[in-house]
Design a protein around this ligand. Structure first.
Ligand code: DGJ
Length: 744
């Protein structure tokens, strides 16, 4: 998969689908040659020379380029752009050197090709199951002036069009240096009229897709909130302008990181593009002491020559198979009910026991006790950090035993990274809060952030968690994170290190999550940040599911899930049926069935008719959820372009599929077919919408006729199943049979 042509100094990283070529030029710069569909060989002429201009590069007084070789720092495609040299399109690294100079210029020093993969220490990462699954190229670069080395890691996987990148800096000088920027990946490209797809959002509207043409103004996709940041998500796509869900060239990039991040992308004066992904360099200045190292988060690059759906399928597979905690990754999750929306802080032992019995009756498998069970917390203004059970409110042991006796799993909510000023721990240790008390700090949701840059604080929090999880038989944990950072100061790190707080906090959170998941490997962890304010691959390394949004209104939910699905497997997206009355129970269930399915309502307030529906659908969801959990996801119709959000999931063996269609506005009869994807064209399939049997080819070319009046918010779910029978007739669409009763 990885080879090196030592004569031409070309590295070739190729698997069956994808090739990536780079070259060490005469000056030791790493030149990017090619990224795209598998290419068996490359010539340097016409690829490298294309960038040659009448520019020369000087090393001190001496011009190092010979007559025939002019090197353009501006015109070349690099793997590692320098700072304050002739390439001014955005640096890979900016280091304040021991002599205070920030000129940062790395050149080739050595390389190594190994079987398997190297992981960034202390950070979440993609995993391999055996060394034969991947190969890694490690290129060591050296700073032109000082004993500072930079390793670039490129891991290519045998069976996936995926390249995992990260960097590691080694300070081999005898003084501290200060890192002001270090990328995880740089991706220079020849412009093909590309555009960028990113995700932005806010609380209650967690994710929306946004498309921006990539032009000569630099686009920055970033977040600087310290973790709980809805504003933008650390996953983007760059694609050919005409590429769509099924056609065209698509590159997807996602950082395995849960803190401040940044993607920069734009074209230079020669219409060449540069994309850089990094820990956000805003307020970032990190001391790397003599002989120490600094490692960046991983960034995965996914390539598809067949549109967005293929890239989505690859990142879904890759996340499920190589990132999520193995114990849960490929398993269906229990149907849960959460106490938050029905009860908020107003519950007691009897109410939760009743919820358990109601859940049992409805075929729900897990009850989650959300916020409010500890300290004196009856509102959101106290007790975070005092993780002692409020015995006046709840007898936790009794409730858990009761739950287990009834065959229902039991889960609990925590928010370990936060501290309330109104708490016992804050009174004792105000320095545990990451807070500049001299600056009139903003209390968001009446709380502050724990100083997880300090091991003493991490250990305190972990002891509190142990006290709970060692002594109570808890099956599931919802790990919340409800504010962003402001006026931060760490009395542990001091003023000097303010530029390190954001990143060190993330490392602290990861350490705590690591300690927790290692001690409690059987506890199903669901992370959350006021909904999906921290939904990224970093969190998914520890928690196989993340709460998808506090917005449970089904109309908004469809949009949020549609955007989240592009990058994250459906099995990772917490999706619950709420008491919202904007759609019927059945419609709400259908939408939630395309995530980690559950409920946020009080069953006591649900009508008998709705209860029947819940019971019936819970059985169906159990029957078909493996298709959602493990199948290939296809967008059929985008709500950004049509009145419909339609998607489907198909099992890997193409024998079963689950199709979803939602129309936003009411529509009168129009000629309209749902054309399916991903089926075997030669096999016959039954569909539960019209109860017909057609050939896969027919479903994919003609589709199922739904030319009937469609009510606003009408939700369809139907199953496609391979059968051995011949189609009755391929022309009999039974258009008018699109009735609600016929859905499933
Ligand atoms: C925010 C979460 O998104 C909610 O689901 C709930 O757990 C509350 N926090 C509890 O405070």
């Amino acid at each position: 998969m990885i080879s090196f042509d030592s004569r031409r100094k070309i590295f070739n990283l190729s698997n069956e689908e994808y090739s990536y070529y780079l070259h060490v030029n005469k000056l030791g710069y790493l030149i990017h040659l090619y990224s795209g569909e598998r290419l068996d060989d490359i010539t340097l002429e016409r690829v490298n020379e294309r960038y040659i201009e009448r520019y020369a590069y000087f090393d001190g007084q001496k011009e190092v380029c010979d007559e025939s070789y002019y090197f353009s720092g501006q015109g070349s495609l690099f793997e590692c752009g320098a700072n304050l040299t002739s390439d001014l399109r955005g640096a890979y690294a900016i280091i304040e050197h021991t002599d205070k100079s920030k000129l940062t210029d790395f050149r080739y020093y050595s390389h190594e090709i190994i079987n398997g993969k190297v992981n960034p220490e202390g950070l979440p990462h993609f995993k391999i199951h055996s060394n034969s699954e991947a190969e890694t190229l490690i290129i060591t670069l050296k700073d032109v002036k000082e004993e500072i080395y930079l390793n670039l890691y490129y891991t290519i996987f045998k069976k996936k069009a995926a390249l995992v990148r990260f960097s590691k800096l080694f300070n081999r000088t005898d003084k501290s240096i200060f890192l002001e920027r270090l990328a995880s990946i740089q991706f220079d490209f020849v412009n093909k009229n590309y555009e960028l797809i990113s995700i932005h959002g806010q609380w209650g509207n967690d994710k929306e897709l946004e498309v921006t043409p990539i032009g000569h103004s630099k686009i920055v996709v970033n977040d600087n909130h310290g973790g709980r940041g809805f504003r933008q998500n650390p996953a983007i796509i760059i694609k050919e302008k005409d590429a769509n869900y099924d056609f065209g060239e698509v590159y997807m990039f996602a950082l395995v990181y849960s803190g401040n991040f940044k993607f920069e992308v734009g074209l230079d004066e020669y219409d060449q593009g540069r994309l850089i992904a990094l820990i956000n360099d805003e307020n970032f200045r990190y001391e790397v002491k003599a002989k120490e190292t600094f490692v960046t988060p991983e960034c995965v690059l996914i390539y598809s020559s067949k549109g967005i759906n293929k890239a989505t399928q690859t990142i879904h597979d890759f996340t499920r198979e190589n990132l999520l905690p193995e114990k849960f990754a490929l398993k269906e999750r229990p149907i849960l009910i959460n106490s938050w929306e029905p009860f908020m802080f107003d519950f007691d032992t009897e109410k939760i026991k009743k919820l358990i019995l109601d859940a049992k009756e409805l075929g729900i498998e897990q009850v989650v006790l959300d916020d409010g069970w500890f300290g004196k917390r009856n509102a959101d203004n106290s007790s975070l950090g005092d993780w002692e059970i409020n015995k006046n409110k709840i007898n936790l042991k009794e409730v858990i035993d009761f739950s287990h006796k009834n065959g229902i799993k039991f889960g609990i909510w925590v928010e370990p990274e936060m501290i309330s000023p109104d708490s016992e721990i804050f009174k004792k240790h105000p320095e545990y809060a990451l807070c500049d008390s001299t600056k009139n700090p903003t209390l968001l949701r009446h709380q502050m952030v724990m100083d997880l840059t300090n091991d003493e604080v991490i250990n305190y929090v972990f002891e509190q968690l142990k006290n709970l999880f060692d002594n109570y038989n808890i099956d599931y944990c919802k790990w919340d994170f409800n504010r962003y950072f402001s006026e931060i100061y760490s009395s542990f790190l001091g003023r000097e290190k303010e530029g390190e707080i954001f990143h060190r906090f993330v490392l602290g959170s990861y350490k705590l999550l690591d300690m927790f998941t290692k001690r409690y490997p059987n506890v199903l962890l669901e992370t959350c940040a006021s909904g999906a304010g921290r939904f990224d691959l970093g969190m998914l390394f520890y928690s196989p599911q993340i709460w998808g949004s506090d917005e449970t209104n089904p109309y908004s939910r469809v949009m949020i899930q549609f955007a989240t699905n592009v990058f994250y497997p459906l099995s990772t997206i917490g999706a619950h049926v709420s008491a919202s009355n904007s759609l019927s129970m059945q419609d709400k269930i259908i939408i939630s069935a395309f995530g980690t399915y559950g409920f946020e309502l009080d069953p006591a307030k649900v009508s008998d008719e709705e209860k029947k529906q819940i019971i019936e659908f819970n059985k169906l969801v159990k029957q078909f959820h493996h298709i959602v959990t493990l199948g290939d996801y296809y967008v059929l119709s985008s709500p950004y372009k049509t009145n419909f959000a339609s998607w489907m999931c198909v099992t890997k063996d193409k024998k079963e599929a689950l199709v979803f269609n939602f129309n936003f506005k009411r529509e009168q009869t129009k000629g309209r077919f749902i054309r399916l994807k991903g089926l075997n064209p030669d096999k016959y399939y039954f569909n539960s919408l019209t109860n017909d049997v057609y050939k896969g080819d027919f479903y994919m070319k003609v589709g199922i006729n739904i030319s009937a009046p469609l009510k606003e918010g009408m939700t369809m779910l139907f199953v496609i199943k391979e059968v051995n029978t011949i189609a009755k007739t391929v022309l009999n669409h039974k258009a008018n049979q699109v009735k609600r009763e016929k859905l499933l």
